[in-house]
Design a protein. Structure first.
Length: 82
């Protein structure tokens, strides 16, 4: 017996919701790498709890960051410029 269209629609919605939740919950490797590096490169900005100050410091010191953090900082820099 085939499920009704209503049941199929609910099943599809549930599956899509699960995929969307998994995508949102996926950790950003750049975020973790940059957090560790920001503690080392920008300690006073980290103590200020100002995301903008930390990002500005990290952009200034971008050449001292790892490749993963470097890519994340380039994304942030591009977003700020847009």
């Amino acid at each position: 017996m085939m499920p009704s269209p209503w049941i199929r629609a609910l099943s599809l919605a549930a599956a899509l919701g699960t995929v969307a939740s998994a995508a949102q919950a996926a950790p950003d490797p750049g975020k973790k790498a940059c957090a560790e590096e920001a503690r080392r490169l920008c300690p006073s900005e980290m103590r200020s709890f100002s995301r903008k100050k930390v990002e500005a410091c990290m952009i200034i010191k971008i050449e001292q960051t790892s490749p993963v953090c470097h890519a994340a900082m380039l994304r942030i820099k591009a977003e700020r410029g847009a």
